[in-house]
Design a protein around this ligand. Structure first.
Ligand code: GTP
Ligand code: SPV
Ligand code: MN
Length: 614
């Protein structure tokens, strides 16, 4: 066993609680070496990873990594929130008693890092000086160098964040052990993996993966799951939300919009969006965050929001010059981006993914797919297999995002004008519908869904409900979560407007998207802020206020007029069916506040009273 104290002394890590945590887990995991990392170690770690073949070079100053082929996404079934209080059990948090989970994880991790280095990553999930700073400090222990490099991009990493803590004991204890990936039975009844957040002890124990949210513990496990629980106990909100700012150059006013779309439903794209060309002289969009927002009530009575992350872990698929030029710019040569599970060319050091260009590179020489197999050697039965994994991603620092807000590191955060929810919904949901009543806005978030792309329960058109896009990250019961939302937004004296947006409505005949999407999505947000300012009135419907066509800024928009009409209308019959499903969905939740049922009944009654086509 390494002499941990000598290493910690050399690294200047003085926090005695952290030192004790490191000593204990070095003993359990049996790591051969311990190393403390800071962001300034990145270049050295990258060189070591290249030398060891863990990373391959991409262009000039970017990297390629491949994860084990059965380890390419979060595993919801293996993710657990544990506490010592059985009343913390909700519908989605997979609650288990911590007395059962802690020994189980300790046993799995025992000796599992033998022969490896255990890296100590002291980090902060907030801009330094944030009012929520005391919930943001953490230390991740990991036996994967690639995970360290991801954490350096996604979080703020430095020993000072734990040395300088006012309460030296107030940090999240996060342990990541990769495990023997080929022998973990991923997806079988004998699955060995466990991803556990012991929320009431602020301890995260993840075993059996080296990918994404399973392994970068600052992001999902701390930034969302632990944060969600801390927010409940300490009066703030933690959500899987993007956050952007829109400045109107003509008036000089700036509007900040945050909101939740379920995973892979467009948060990164929206947060990075540029104004459509025809509106670009007037409106500027600034990026704050694409996956997580922490929200609180400021001294002036407004809701404030900030992005606790320091980087972007973005979906690669379909990222191209048209859909997201900002993303391409942020992963340029010299950006230090790590590409994971895309296709790689070992001769030219290029990367490619589906949707990067219309057709894959014509010259197959040197190209290797995400599993590490040569494309040129594929048999006829593999010809149509994707080159990149559908959940392949790029990891880049916020500072590389060309339209990152000038004040993105301001610890005070930004005041929130609007909160939006959106999912993939092929019918029923209009382009945008605004909701001014707070319980109705919270009700809308709780009934957010994304369409199941496979018929899991055989019911066509059925949504997979994903409350506020937090279903995989929910750490306490949904009824309490709803009450917490009502309390926090209720405490604000200036309340944000709510809205539901949908970029994914399709033509039932030929399946084309009715709305062009991407940069044009800003038009819906501009209408929403204009409504909030009283500049437009919209049209009242049973499910909220929708735009009148003339109120939308349509300059330069290419759309079939009938498609736009459909996008702005309400299919009342279809909505009535949806309300029945919502009732079943909401009935699962214990302690759901009466205000949410009141909102539900009000919408249901308005729909009953409405004509078929609104
Ligand atoms: P996570 O990082 O998993 O939480 O996902 P995300 O919500 O950030 O998703 P992202 O922005 O990466 O989008 C996922 C997919 O949705 C990509 O394949 C996009 O091309 C597609 N998408 C995003 N915006 C639009 C849009 O406006 N219209 C259409 N048709 N597709 C879109
Ligand atoms: C998501 O799945 O919503 C993500 C990616 O943002 S991961 O960090 O892997 O959870
Ligand atoms: Mn996400």
């Amino acid at each position: 066993m390494p002499d941990v104290d000598v290493v910690l002394d050399q690294a200047g890590l003085t926090n005695e609680s952290v030192r004790e945590f490191v000593r204990r887990w070095a003993g359990i995991t049996g790591a051969e070496r311990v190393e403390v990392v800071n962001t300034s170690d990145d270049a050295r770690l990258a060189q070591e990873a290249l030398d060891a073949g863990e990373l391959l070079p991409v262009g000039d100053g970017c990297y390629y990594s491949r994860s084990y082929f059965k380890d390419t996404a979060r595993s919801e079934e293996r993710t657990i929130v544990a506490t010592s209080d059985p009343s913390d059990k909700g519908v989605y948090n997979n609650w288990r008693p911590s007395s059962e989970m802690k020994p189980m994880l300790e046993e799995r991790m025992r000796g599992a890092s033998a022969g490896k280095t255990m890296y100590v990553i002291p980090y902060l999930m907030a801009p330094p000086g944030s009012p929520l700073e005391k919930f943001a400090a953490g230390v991740e222990l990991t036996d994967s160098r690639t995970v360290v490099m991801h954490m350096i991009r996604m979080a703020r990493v430095n020993v000072s964040y734990v040395n300088d803590l006012a309460d030296q004991d107030s940090f999240v204890r996060a342990v990541h052990v990769t495990g023997d990936l080929p022998n973990l039975g991923q997806g079988t009844p004998d699955d060995q993996r466990y991803f556990v957040t012991v929320a009431d002890e602020r301890t995260i124990l993840h075993f059996g993966s080296s990918y994404g949210g399973n392994a970068l513990l600052g992001k999902i496990a701390h930034g969302l799951r632990q944060g969600c629980y801390d927010g409940w106990k300490n009066g703030f909100l933690v959500e899987q939300f993007m956050l952007l700012g829109i400045t109107d150059r003509e008036t000089g006013r700036k509007y900040n919009v945050c909101g939740g779309f379920p995973s892979a439903s467009g948060k990164t794209n929206l947060a990075m969006t540029l104004a459509p060309d025809a509106l670009g002289d007037r409106y500027v969009v600034e990026f704050y965050g694409d996956d997580i927002a922490w929200l609180w009530v400021g001294d002036d009575g407004r809701i404030y929001g900030m992005n606790p992350e320091n980087g972007v872990f973005g979906v690669a698929k379909d990222t191209n010059e048209k859909t997201n030029p900002t993303a391409l710019d942020s992963i340029r040569d010299g950006s230090g981006t790590i590409f994971t599970n895309v296709a790689y060319n070992d001769k030219t050091h290029e990367v490619w993914w589906e949707g990067r260009t219309k057709t894959p590179p014509a010259d197959l020489d040197g190209w290797i797919d995400w599993k590490g197999n040569r494309i040129a050697e594929r048999g006829p039965d593999q010809a149509s297999d994707p080159w990149a994994h559908p959940n392949s991603r790029f990891t880049t620092n916020l500072a590389n995002v060309p339209n990152v807000a000038k004040d993105y590191e301001d610890p005070q955060g930004v005041p929130i004008d609007a909160i939006i929810f959106g999912g993939r919904t092929s019918d029923r949901e209009p382009l945008v519908r605004a909701i001014t009543d707070v319980p109705e806005g919270v009700y809308d978030g709780l009934t957010l869904g994304a369409e199941a792309t496979f018929a899991a329960d055989g019911l066509d058109g059925q949504l997979r409900y994903d409350p506020m896009s937090m279903r995989p990250f929910m750490s306490y019961p949904e009824g309490d979560y709803a009450q917490h939302w009502l309390d926090i937004i209720g405490a604000a004296t200036t309340k944000p407007i709510f809205a539901h947006v949908n970029w994914f409505q399709r033509d039932p005949e030929d399946g084309h998207f009715l709305w062009p999407g991407y940069r044009d999505n800003l038009r819906a947000l501009l209408w929403l802020v204009a409504l909030n300012e009283g500049q437009v009135k919209g049209r009242e419907t049973p499910v909220g206020v929708v735009p009148v066509k003339e109120e939308l800024k349509l300059e330069g928009l290419e759309i079939v007029p009938e498609d736009l009409d459909t996008l702005l209308s309400i299919d009342v019959d279809r909505w009535r069916q949806e309300l029945d499903n919502r009732e079943v969905h909401l009935k699962q939740f214990d302690r759901l506040p009466e205000a949410i049922w009141v909102a539900h009944r009000r919408v249901a009654e308005a729909l009953e009273a409405a004509d078929s086509e609104e």
